[in-house]
Design a protein around this ligand. Structure first.
Ligand code: ADP
Ligand code: ZN
Length: 752
């Protein structure tokens, strides 16, 4: 006899390093079991939830176990969603169960308590129905109903068959019906492909007339939009060139073609901000989705998704996994941002997933940035992406004038203040004229290092050995790597002397200094600490209302914001990023500096920028200051090619970690032996090279109480590295090395 078998992916769980298992399908389930359906399956001694992926007729293992229950009425995930999940899992070497988990959080599911008829013997059932029909007819009718439908939800039961509560509990106790939890997927999500969208009502009041360059760019992109398989577009436009306006024109075009648009931003504050801009024009058919959304707002978005009432979904990173039928356009704003890469498992890069998603849906992908990532820029150079450029600001506004302050010179002349004399004067001038200023500080907190005056000890995190940052508002020392906090000590923990020094500065200190110098001014601070304490929606409103004189912030304010009254921008210490042990240090500094400079002079008044730096001659800073973007890319691509970095080579980073340094080191060495072996075998099969660097202690050797060692694999082909690792993991697993975790980071953005 032929047993029907299917592959089931666990939801958010891994069992013995695996998350896809094969189960048999009992005859009574039949067609209910199809890809995308949620089921309950036995795993060891437990029952767990999973999602059916595909039929598997070739499975030959023995003692295959049957699916226990079907939990959803119909598939929860469409074919495309499943494809995307599997592709992401393969590409980034992360568990598919984790991707499905994210997808299920974004899916507007309704939970139902179902009563299911368990009695399959028709004769017995007839007897039972006869008995109840004569003693209590409503129970008889219920059983008739169940005989026909198989199951009923608790809610429907209460409405259709009132007053049978007690008898139903009896039936449950006797095992005639069973109670189970089920999920219901709103139909529009799966069938909306054929549904006609609502009429488009645009608010035209704020629609500017496009300038020549914008029109040209739009024309090219609209052409791409109508291709059967649209070529992805890199929209490289300088800050203030009107990219957002073009996104909106493309959205309009997309909706007119009866399709939907997904708009992604790297940061939650930015997503909220974009949402407000877009919703102002497109009204209620725009919705927002990100992981920090309040319960109520998430419900609104889910209800709209469920009803098929969304034409535009705006979100942060994980929204790329949201279900959106009829997808026609995917936009990644500020595509170069490292926040698009998730730093913890599953370590996917939103840009790559977005490209795949667009591809699966034959939708147009638009990557927008003033400072594209080198990888994207290179693909555009190679013709893989269509390169569309905006080289001028709207209404012919000039780019801001940039001046450097050499901090070494300031020190030499005995002026060691946070604000140089030049920046101080300009700030005063701007405030006198009722203009706004932005000060960019690359660190949060008050003091970035606390040391003892007597013994010289730097106070460090117990779990990461990184210096702790002093936060004055909360009177704590905090680790910016793991979040560990301790109360501010009165004496040095090492020598018990009183004489702690607070050195270096962050946003908090800058605000405190400013409020002393400019007591009349309204100062607003935006960094993760400030945002943590209230919601992102409120922050984006405060920013949009422009209710401040001086805005002090970190990375979070560098990108995307369009504040026409800001004339002065100060970068307090432009060098911090340059010292990172990361091949992207120059790229990151160039991007951040360009972005921050770009916040100035976006209205009718000209912008003015002061950069304070100890290395004012660095090529990344000079290129940003003089708006010489192309020069920077040429120089940087040369550097990458020469040293074998992306985009010329693919990188996979393996981080081994655990509480015992020796063990972790030993584990990484064992792994290295096998990986080398496999790489050699592989290189006999084709002639592409794979290099293996390490094992070496990771730059952050101790993090969250775990010691870390790293191994870096580079090759011209990611597929090749994957297949080497695929062979290595099972052999390594056989060694049964305990106390060592391995994190695989494909195309890592963070090299610490
Ligand atoms: P970018 O995203 O490229 O930095 P934005 O799209 O935020 O720039 O545009 C900056 C400002 O210019 C916005 O207020 C926008 O409404 C306005 N704008 C865009 N296009 C035009 C145009 N053609 N004429 C006048 N103003 C425009
Ligand atoms: Zn720590």
């Amino acid at each position: 006899m032929n047993i029907r078998m299917v592959e089931v992916a666990l939801l958010g769980r891994i069992y013995k390093q695996q998350d896809i298992f094969t189960y048999s399908v009992p005859d009574d389930f039949g067609v209910e079991v199809q890809p995308g359906v949620w089921v309950q399956v036995p795993l060891g001694r437990a029952l767990v939830q999973g999602c059916v992926l595909a039929e598997n007729s070739s499975f030959t293992g023995n003692n295959i176990r049957p699916i226990k229950q079907v939990l959803s009425s119909g598939p929860v995930f469409s074919h495309q969603q499943l494809n995307l999940a599997l592709w992401t899992s393969r590409y980034f070497m992360c568990p598919v169960s984790q991707i499905l988990n994210i997808m299920s959080r974004h899916a507007p599911l309704r939970k139902l308590r179902l009563l299911r008829l368990q009695l399959s013997d028709d004769n017995q059932l007839s007897v039972l129905i006869q008995y109840w029909s004569s003693t209590q007819p409503s129970v008889g009718r219920l059983l008739e109903y169940l005989k026909f439908t198989g199951a009923i939800s608790r809610q429907l039961l209460a409405r259709k068959f009132p007053g049978v509560q007690y008898e139903v509990e009896q039936l449950v106790l006797q095992g005639i019906v069973s109670e189970e939890l089920a999920y219901v997927v709103p139909q529009p999500l799966l069938t909306a492909a054929n549904q006609a969208p609502a009429a488009l009502h645009l608010s035209l009041s704020q629609m500017p007339v496009l300038n020549g360059e914008q029109q040209q760019a739009l024309l090219v992109m609209e052409n791409c939009l109508t291709q059967e398989k649209p070529t992805p577009v890199l929209l490289q436009g300088i800050t203030g060139s009107g990219k957002t306006e073009l996104y909106m024109r493309l959205i309009e075009h997309t909706i007119r073609r009866q399709k939907t648009a997904l708009i992604l931003a790297p940061e939650i504050v930015l997503a909220e901000y974009l949402f407000k801009t877009i919703a102002e024009r497109f009204g209620a058919r725009a919705a927002i989705l990100h992981s920090k959304l309040s319960k109520n707002k998430l419900k609104v978005t889910h209800e709209k998704l469920a009803a098929g009432d969304i034409d535009i979904l705006i979100g942060a990173r994980s929204a790329v996994f949201a279900p959106l039928p009829r997808l026609g356009l995917v936009v990644l704003d500020e595509e170069h941002s490292a926040s698009y890469k998730q730093d913890v498992s599953p370590r996917y890069h939103c840009r790559e997933v977005a490209q795949k998603k667009a591809d699966l849906n034959s939708a147009l992908l638009v990557l927008g940035s003033a400072t594209p990532s080198l990888e994207t820029w290179w693909k555009a150079q190679q013709g893989e992406f269509r390169h569309v450029r905006l080289t001028a600001r709207v209404e012919c506004r000039p780019l801001p004038k940039v001046q450097f302050v050499d901090l070494r010179e300031e020190l030499r002349t005995g002026y060691g203040n946070i604000l140089s004399r030049k920046l101080n004067d300009k700030l005063k001038h701007a405030l006198d004229k009722q203009q706004q200023a932005i000060l960019f500080v690359n660190r949060r907190g008050f003091a970035s290092i606390v040391t003892c005056k007597y013994c010289g000890e730097v106070i460090r995190c117990r779990y990461c050995s990184m210096p702790l940052t002093y936060h004055r508002s909360k009177e704590v020392l905090q680790c910016h790597w793991c979040g560990w906090r301790s109360r501010k000590p009165q004496v040095c923990p090492q020598c018990s002397e009183t004489g702690l020094l607070y050195r270096g500065y962050g946003t908090e200190r800058v605000v405190s200094e400013l409020s002393e110098r400019f007591p009349q001014s309204k100062i607003l601070r935006i960094d993760t600490d400030a945002v943590e304490d209230s919601d992102a929606d409120q922050w984006s409103s405060t920013i949009l209302e422009e209710d401040f004189d001086i805005l002090v912030g970190t990375q979070m304010i560098a990108k995307g914001l369009n504040l026409p009254r800001v004339t002065l921008v100060g970068i307090l210490n432009a060098d911090i990023g340059l010292q990172q042990p990361d091949f992207r240090a120059a790229e990151n500094t160039f991007q951040t500096t360009t972005q921050v400079i770009g916040r100035a002079g976006r209205g009718n008044l000209e912008g003015d920028v002061v950069i304070q730096s100890y290395h004012p001659g660095h090529y990344a800073l000079l290129a940003a200051a003089h708006h010489r973007t192309d020069d920077f890319y040429q120089a940087e691509i040369h550097f990458r090619k020469e040293h074998g970095y992306p985009p010329f080579l693919e990188i996979v980073r393996l981080v081994f970690s655990g509480p015992s340094d020796d063990r972790v080191r030993a584990g990484s060495e064992v792994f290295e032996r096998y990986v080398k072996m496999n790489a050699e075998i592989h290189s006999l099969e084709d002639d592409s090279q794979t290099s293996i660097l390490g094992p070496a202690p990771a730059p952050l050797h101790l993090l969250r109480g775990n010691y870390r060692w790293q191994l870096i694999l580079t090759s011209s082909s990611l597929e090749k590295i994957r297949s080497i690792l695929d062979r290595t993991f099972p052999i390594y697993a056989k060694q049964k090395i305990t106390g060592v975790q391995i994190a695989v980071d494909v195309q890592p953005m963070n090299m610490l």
